[in-house]
Design a protein. Sequence first.
Length: 202
Amino acid sequence: MLELILELTHHLHQKDYRTTLNLALQLYKKTPNNPYLLRLIATIYGILAREATGGEGWSLEEEAIKWGEQAVRAAPEIGWLWAELGWDYELHLEHERAHRAFRRALELDPCCVDALRGLASLWSLPENEGGKWVSRDEMIGFLKHIVELEYRNPIPALHWLVNELQRAGQREQAKSYALRALLSFPPPDPEMLEFFAKVLSE
């Protein structure tokens, strides 16, 4: 399984999303309830949807939603999974469902930058007339919060966390977070990739 994960990560680095998707679906057969893998599959479908032309984009967006919903069912307590699902809905122009997903993400994690960004983005939509989902003051508050919390790359924090878990003797937890790092998007750089792969193989 480790070889498959490493191959998947390699193709992510190359931005070969079709091959990455095929490998991720193979990995899904081995670990069907991994929320991070489910989320990765949803993300790749979303990327392919944005690159698609004609009617294919719409069906790829629907696939992104399907896999994103599976991810939150597998781990309903993880806020950023709900935020990412919100963006899946937003891509598909399902603004009401996006709003609910972003709000759920913030309930679970008040510091979820992607949820804050999603809610702020809803303010400017014509459908939000009269502050139906987000008021102007609320939008400004979200943007201020984002400025304070912005972080786009979780890999350094995951590296630190995995190191500390290993030091504490919590090897299974360390492996769990190492797997999350390997399934992250964007993927870790080669040095970090080697570190996380080593943790998983111990």
